[in-house]
Structure formats: structure tokens, C-alpha cells
Design a protein around this ligand. Structure first.
Ligand code: PHE
Ligand code: ZN
Length: 880
């Protein structure tokens, strides 16, 4: 850092703003040489802060043209200008400040603030991008009413959009035109947005419950109008669902979405003007996979749901980010569960948590759901804040029940509509509505690390009692050596010998009630005694993954197999198979490490065969149950991660299953291989995933028949899900046809940027030994764009995060490659560079050699001059 070490900001240092801004009138003049922004701000001192204090406005990379206070121009001695601030030492109690600044959006590669994407102007203000557009008090507890006038050349930028309602428009001199937008709802500046470009709108309408007619528009680049159906359908479903489940209606007459190709994240919930990464809007069956379709539905819903959870009620400060993100992810998860297969959705959400959030929770960047400090807020848009945050909301839901939770939500909106609040305010609404004490529960906001539960069960035949003993610990994390026990719901059932759920009665209860119970854990060690238990039961613990923990239970392989066959809770039926899989795979890892011969237990092959034999009943579920635990998740279960042994163990198991169950994989693949008409309903998606899973097993031993099937599917299917699945398998194999297939795919899709991303991804995640060389070569491919985040994530990110065996190669070449790319991207786009650093922050989880190799790269990174705070924070914390 040339500016010295960047400083951390602490939650405990929060103070209300010295000033409030009630009104913002913007005039944005977009011109090819530069953009001029005139901002007229209605400012007053904040009554919550006593005494007159200087006004400190945030501003970065702005060229200041003029400043006036109540119409009177200020000379240079009237203010203090620094690279990050404009300070007015002496201002009236209430006044109008007008600033004029110039910026050059065309040079903005960071994609934060005002920038250009494919020739169109757009903005991204969360978290602190508004300060790159104009001088402002850039913090979410300063909420104002905005009017925005946009002026631009009419031919190049026919569409001019901002938040709220269009209140005027017209032509101006020199082939220019303007539009005036007015947003009636006070909002923090991070929800401001502006778009100007040559875009086409796909239109629809939605009538709200109370009869408001809302115009829905999705704006895309010309030529993409035929790829918006699914996004539009998803939007209308989201609007209906939020009314039905939460009683929440949309509050304006317009809802606009704009899809842009260059975007750091998935999408952004700007008030009535959501801006999306094209990846989460554009889809046709030929271009998008089932995963893409589901992703679009989830992200469209997520951003729409933010209108209430985020926009109407927003965050006091950025430490409270999970207030809106955890809650909104939970809401989008509930929505997707209602729209599709709830069981598969839950399984996938838990898999996501375990493969991405668990590693974060045990690495150098581990932080609580509400972080206590940060150097760069952009580094805290994390799986912990989003996904673990959603698990915390899910636990309120489980503890209070669906109705109690709804009452809590109602109370939250009743109390806080129009305010900027904290996670404590949310917890208070839940506690008051549910009549429960959530003091201890709130440790979920402040303690980092994944809690570990150990459960043992004892059956007393004579007394007919079954006693569960539960011990919990929370591991130390950076800055948090000692932890307290957490309050969490352990949803539990007991299966009798016939595989049926037993009615449950706890000691002291008059009568049995239900077959699934919410046991509340609060202490480091707790006992629960069930009475009237006729025979030794098999416990089904943590049903639905009722808390984000690592669970170890004293179940035998036979108990687990029994659960896979009988558990009434679909998540736990799947999970029992995973626990068994983890056990076996970790055994194989140990065998590899000590040079013992490998063998897959017959019982396991038999159990998998049974699931496969029964797959026709519920293909979607079978497709989940037949996937072995992933390499990243297996790593979280080891004291020292051995990526090569994990990969070899898993591949050995896959090859063995391929061989032993070959006829069944073949038959099942064949049974689903017919070209049924395309649909994205849960059943059709389930059938495709089962079919492609069978093909993947067959290709684990790529004999000519398997390769023939893959090639047939690659050329014969019109659904991208099938095409890309086949291509992925071919690209990872030694089959000589693989290069032709890759070339044919590129040739067919080279004009579709999102599909080309898949082509990069397939090559970056190939397990072939030459993958790193290939990735390096692809950096120079004409279709690769280092400035486009989607491309960087598809090639570099996919290699580092999605290909552990090659990224962690023993020669350390993967690490050097990643560091090179981080240093190349950082000067252009620090957020993207920092996101690529994720793998380095797990440094301590590896052996001494790998640690030393990663350390070398991290030291090289921190020693680089002019490093961004984003990358500096991750690199320096990883070295601690
Ligand atoms: N707030 C966005 C969301 O989760 C994510 C985002 C954050 C987008 C920061 C851009 C920048 O919906
Ligand atoms: Zn969000």
C-alpha cells in the first residue's frame, strides 16, 4: 500500500451521521468526453448529534467543478478537498448544497459507481459506489427523496432510466434528450440507479392484490428479447408469492429490470430499477442449463423481495448487511422450495453452505454473520453473511414456527417501515412476536465458526426410555479464541424397527405429541429423555438441517443404511447416505495416504444400487442421493486437507461404482435419454439430472460405449443441460473426440457470451493433467475478456475454486498462476481480484509444503505497490 496500511472500521465505533440529507436533485449530463453531475442536496444537522460539526462528504475519483451553499459560490478556502472527502467546516443548520463534478465512466473498470457496459451507461452503488458519482454522505442511515434528470444523445442512448416514476421527458438541442425521474420513497444512496443506453424492453403487467396495475419491463441489448420469458415469469411468481406468504405488495406503478454484461455480482435491488448480470436474466433451453433457469428464478425473486427486506426497511450500517441479505436469501430459498422440489432445494442449499461457507468459517477470513470490523466492506458480501445468515433466519422460523415467524415479520415491518435498522431490531421483533427470549440466540450474530455437535443415544430396554446426550462446541476463529454455547433447534425424530416414525413423548410430558420435535439446545451438554419407546429406535437428528452445524452421531453403518431407506424426512434420508459416503471416502483417503490397497465396501455398492434401482420413483431425489460427497466438503471433514488423496479416493469410488453397477447406469440413462419436450418443471429437471448423473458414472470408465453415448448426447440434444453435461465429460476424458467436441461447441456458440463462459468453465474444471497449461493458453483466446467478471470467474475462478486437484498441484504452479492473475486484475477491478483470493484464505487448512507455497505468493501480493484495500485485507489476514 502506498497510502500506508488501510484502516479497519469497527462496529463499536458507530455514531449517527452529523448531518442528514432529506432531498437529492441530480442532473446527470452524459457526454462522450466526460459526464457532469450536478447535485442539489437539502441538508440539515442531525438532531441526534449535539452541536455544530463540520460536514464531511464522501467522494472519490471526482473532478470538482463548483460548490455553492444556499446559492452562494464557495471559493477554494471555503472547503477542504482530499482524495476521499470534501469537507465544509462551517455550514448553516439547514441549507442547500450544490456541487458540480465531472467523471469519466468510460474509464471505470471497477464497475462500481457510474460505468459503461457494452456501450451503455449504468450504475452500481452498493455498498459505497455513490461517492464515485457525486459528493455525498455515503452511508445507509442517511435516507433521502431523489429526483434525477438524465440528459444524453438521443440516437445512442434512447432509453433513460432511474428510480421511481417517470415525471417528464423531452428533446434538447444537438440531438440530445432528457428524462426526469422521481422516487417518492426515501432511500439510502446505495439504492440509487441510473441507466442510459440502446436497450429493448420486454413488457408485461402485474395486478397487485389491492388492484394496483404494475408495468413490468425487462431491458436487454437488442437481439436478446427472446431470452426474457423465464425471468419475466419468475418476476410475476415472486410478486404473487410475496403477497400470499408475507402479505407484502409492490408499492409503485413501475418495476424495471436492466440486464448488463459487465457486473461484479449477480444482481442489484436498486429501488424499482434492478440491475442484473445478464447471466441471471437471459435463457432459452438451447442456451441455458437447468441450473441457470433455477438461478434466474431465485435471483429475480431475491432482488424483488429486497423491495421490502432491504429497501423499505434498510440497514443502519454495513455491519448489519445480513439484516437484509440473510433474510432475503431465506425468503428466496422458501420461494424456490415452493416453486420446485422442496427436498432437492434444501439439499442443494445445504451442499452450497458446506462447500463454500464451512471452508470460509474455518479460514483466515472467518467472521460472524454480523462482522465486528472490516477494512473493505466489499470483502464482506460473503457466504457467511448471505448463506449462514439465511440459516440464522431459518432457525427463527423453526423456533417460532411458521405462524410465529410471520407475526415477527409483521411486527418488524410495523415498527421499522421507512427506517434503517439493526439485526438487534429484527431479533427484538421476533422475540416480542414469539414471546421468547432470544438473548442467547443472538450469539449467532457475533460468534464465528461452525459449531460442532456430538450426539450419543442410549436405549434402556427395561425402562423403555431412549436418552440423547448432545454436546456442543464452537471452534476458535481469528480474534475469537473462546466461544459460548449457542441456542439452536435440533429437530429430531425416532424411527422404530419397522422404519416408521415413533410418536414422541419426552419425560415429564403427559402424552405423546408429533413425530418430529424441535429440541432446543442451549447448554454445552444436554440430555433429552424419550419415554414409552417400545424398542431400540434409530434417531433422525437435525432434520431438514435445522441448524448450520457439523453433526457427529454414534450411528452404525447399518443405522445409516436404515435411515437412507426409511427416514420420513427427505433431507435426512439423503444426509444418511452422505454420512456413510464421507465415512467410506475418508477411509479411502487414509488408505491412500498410507499406501494400502483400496476397496469399496460391498454394502455401500449395494446401497447405491438399491437407490438406483428405485430411481424411477423419484428421479430428482435419486440424482441427489447418488452423488458422492464433494471434494471440498470432504476437505472440511479433515484436520489437514489432502486435495490429491481426496480426489483419488473419490475417483476410485466413482470408477468402482461405475464398474459394479454398469448395467444399471446404462439402463437408467437409456430410460431417460429420449428427447422429451423441454420443460423446466421439477420433475423434468429431476429426470435430466438423473440421466446426466448416469452418464457421468459411465464416463468414470470411458469405454467406447460410454464415449459413444456422450457424443450422441452432445450432438443430439437441444437442451443446454444435456449438451454441456456431455461436453464436460468428454473434455475431462482422454477420448480423442474431446478436441473436436470443444471446437464444435465454440463454433456453434461463439456469438453468445454467456454460452462461451460455459466453454471456458468446462476446460478450467477438467481434471486432465494439462489443465493449467490450457487455462493459461485460454487467457489469450480472442473470446476471453479480462475486464468482464463473468469471463474471469468462468476461467480463473473456476480453476482456483472448482478444480482442487489441479489448483493444489504439488509443484505450487496453481498458486503462482492465481497470484499472477490477482495482481493483473487488481488495478482494474479490485472486487473481482479480491474474490479470486478466497482459496488463499484457507491456507492454514493445508500441509506445511502447500502453506509455504501459498505464503510465498501471499507475500508477493502484499509487497506489491498500490494494492487495493480489497486484496490487501484478504492477503494480510491470510498471512497472520
Ligand atoms: N445487494 C445485492 C444482492 O444481494 C448484491 C450486490 C452487492 C450487488 C454489492 C452489487 C454490489 O442482491
Ligand atoms: Zn441480496
Amino acid at each position: 500500500m502506498d497510502k500506508g496500511t488501510p484502516k479497519a472500521i469497527h462496529l463499536t465505533a458507530y455514531r449517527p451521521s452529523t448531518h442528514l440529507i432529506d432531498t437529492v436533485d441530480l442532473h446527470v449530463d452524459l457526454r462522450e468526453e466526460a459526464t457532469t453531475v450536478r447535485a442539489r442536496l437539502g441538508i440539515r444537522q442531525n438532531p441526534a448529534r449535539a452541536g455544530a460539526e463540520p460536514l464531511v462528504l464522501d467522494g472519490q475519483r471526482l473532478e470538482l467543478v463548483s460548490v455553492t451553499v444556499d446559492g452562494v459560490p464557495l471559493g477554494p478556502d471555503g472547503y477542504i478537498l482530499s482524495p476521499d472527502h470534501l469537507t465544509l467546516p462551517d455550514t448553516p443548520d439547514t441549507f442547500v448544497l450544490e456541487t458540480v463534478v465531472r467523471t469519466r465512466p468510460q474509464d471505470n473498470m471497477a464497475l462500481e459507481g457510474l460505468y459503461k457496459s457494452s456501450g451503455n451507461y449504468c450504475t452500481q452503488c452498493e455498498a459505497e459506489g455513490f461517492r464515485k458519482i457525486t459528493y455525498f454522505i455515503d452511508r445507509p442511515d442517511v435516507m433521502a427523496r431523489y429526483t434525477t434528470v438524465i440528459e444524453a444523445e438521443k440516437a445512442r442512448y434512447p432509453v433513460l432510466l432511474s428510480n421511481g416514476n417517470l415525471v417528464g421527458s423531452g428533446d434538447a438541442a444537438d440531438g440530445r434528450h432528457w428524462a426526469k425521474w422521481e422516487d417518492p420513497f426515501p432511500k439510502p444512496c446505495y439504492l440509487f440507479a441510473l441507466v442510459a443506453g440502446d436497450l429493448r424492453a420486454v413488457e408485461d403487467r402485474f395486478r397487485t392484490r389491492s388492484g394496483r396495475d404494475v408495468a413490468l419491463r425487462i431491458y436487454v441489448e437488442p437481439g436478446n428479447e427472446d431470452k426474457c420469458d423465464h425471468a419475466m415469469r419468475s418476476l410475476k411468481k415472486s410478486m404473487a408469492w410475496d403477497e400470499e406468504v408475507y402479505g407484502l405488495e409492490y408499492d409503485l406503478d413501475i418495476f424495471n429490470i436492466v440486464a448488463v454484461s459487465d457486473f461484479n455480482m449477480g444482481a442489484m435491488e436498486n429501488k424499482s430499477l434492478n440491475v442484473f448480470n445478464t447471466k441471471y436474466i437471459l435463457a432459452r433451453p438451447e442456451t441455458a442449463t437447468d441450473g441457470d433457469f433455477l438461478g434466474i428464478e431465485a435471483v429475480v425473486a431475491h432482488e424483488y423481495f429486497h423491495n421490502w427486506t432491504g429497501n423499505r426497511v434498510t440497514c443502519r450500517d454495513w455491519f448489519q448487511l445480513s439484516l437484509k441479505e440473510g433474510l432475503t436469501v431465506f425468503r428466496d430459498q422458501q420461494f424456490s422450495a415452493d416453486m420446485n422440489s422442496a427436498a432437492v432445494k434444501r439439499i442443494q442449499d445445504v451442499q452450497g453452505l458446506r462447500t463454500v461457507q464451512f471452508p470460509e468459517d474455518s479460514g483466515a477470513m472467518a467472521h460472524p454473520v454480523r462482522p465486528e470490523s472490516y477494512v473493505e466492506i466489499n470483502n464482506f458480501y460473503t457466504p457467511t453473511v448471505y448463506n449462514k445468515g439465511a440459516e440464522v433466519i431459518r432457525m427463527y422460523h423453526t423456533l417460532l414456527g411458521a405462524e410465529g415467524f410471520r407475526r415477527g415479520m409483521d411486527l418488524y415491518f410495523q415498527r421499522h417501515d421507512g427506517q434503517a435498522v439493526t439485526c438487534d431490531d429484527f431479533a427484538a421483533a421476533m422475540a416480542d412476536a414469539g414471546g421468547v427470549d432470544l438473548t442467547q440466540f443472538k450469539l449467532w450474530y457475533s460468534q464465528a465458526g461452525t459449531p460442532e455437535l456430538r450426539v450419543t443415544g442410549e436405549y434402556d430396554e427395561a425402562a423403555r426410555t431412549y436418552r440423547l446426550t448432545v454436546r456442543q462446541t464452537v471452534p476458535p476463529t481469528p480474534g475469537q479464541p473462546d466461544k459460548m454455547p449457542m441456542h439452536m433447534p435440533l429437530v429430531t425424530g425416532l424411527l422404530g424397527p419397522d422404519g416408521k416414525d415413533l410418536p414422541l413423548r419426552l419425560a415429564g410430558e403427559a402424552a405423546p405429541g408429533g413425530t418430529s420435535r424441535v429440541l432446543e439446545l442451549r447448554a454445552a451438554e444436554q440430555r433429552f429423555e424419550f419415554v414409552d419407546v417400545p424398542a431400540r429406535p434409530v434417531p433422525s437428528l437435525l432434520r431438514g438441517f435445522s441448524a448450520p452445524v457439523k453433526l457427529t452421531a454414534d450411528l452404525t453403518d447399518a443405522d445409516l443404511t436404515f435411515l437412507t431407506a426409511n427416514d420420513s424426512d427427505p433431507f435426512n434420508r439423503w444426509e444418511a447416505g452422505q454420512v456413510l459416503g464421507v465415512r467410506i471416502l475418508l477411509g479411502l483417503v487414509a488408505d491412500i495416504q498410507s499406501g494400502r490397497p483400496l476397496a469399496l465396501p460391498d454394502g455401500f455398492v449395494g446401497a447405491m444400487g438399491a437407490v438406483l434401482g428405485d430411481a424411477g420413483h423419484d428421479p430428482a431425489f435419486a440424482a441427489q442421493a447418488l452423488v458422492l460427497p464433494g471434494e471440498s466438503y470432504l476437505g472440511t471433514q479433515m484436520a489437514v486437507i489432502d486435495p490429491i488423496a481426496i480426489h483419488e479416493a473419490r475417483e476410485f469410488a466413482r470408477r468402482t461404482l461405475a464398474e459394479r453397477l454398469r448395467d444399471r447406469w446404462l439402463a437408467t440413462h437409456r430410460a431417460h435419454a429420449g428427447n422429451e419436450p423441454f420443460s423446466v418443471d421439477a420433475a423434468a429437471i429431476g429426470r435430466r439430472s438423473l440421466k446426466n448423473l448416469c452418464l457421468a458414472y459411465l464416463m468414470a470408465r470411458p469405454d467406447p460405449e460410454a464415449v459413444g453415448l456422450a457424443i450422441g448426447q452432445f450432438h443430439g440434444s437441444r437442451a443446454m443441460t444435456d449438451v454441456i453435461a456431455a461436453l464436460q465429460l468428454l473434455a475431462g476424458s482422454d477420448a480423442p473426440e474431446r478436441e473436436d467436441a470443444l471446437a464444435a461447441f465454440y463454433d456453434r456458440w461463439k456469438d453468445d457470451r454467456l454460452v462461451v463462459d460455459k466453454w471456458f468453465n468446462v476446460q478450467a474444471t477438467s481434471h486432465r493433467p494439462d489443465t493449467l497449461d490450457r487455462v493459461r493458453a485460454l487467457l489469450d483466446h480472442p473470446a476471453f475478456e479480462i475486464r468482464n467478471p463473468n469471463k474471469v470467474y468462468s476461467l480463473i475462478g473456476a480453476f482456483a475454486g472448482g478444480n482442487p486437484v489441479r489448483f493444489h498441484a504439488t509443484d505450487g504452479a496453481g498458486y503462482a498462476f492465481l497470484a499472477d492473475q490477482v495482481l493483473r486484475i487488481d488495478p482494474m477491478n479490485p472486487q473481482v481480484a479480491s474474490r479470486l483470493m478466497g482459496q488463499f484464505s484457507r491456507i492454514r487448512r493445508y500441509d506445511a509444503t502447500r502453506q509455504a507455497q501459498m505464503r510465498t505468493q501471499l507475500e508477493r501480493i502484499v509487497a506489491t505497490p498500490a494494492l487495493s484495500p480489497d486484496v490487501f485485507e484478504v492477503a494480510s489476514k491470510s498471512l497472520e
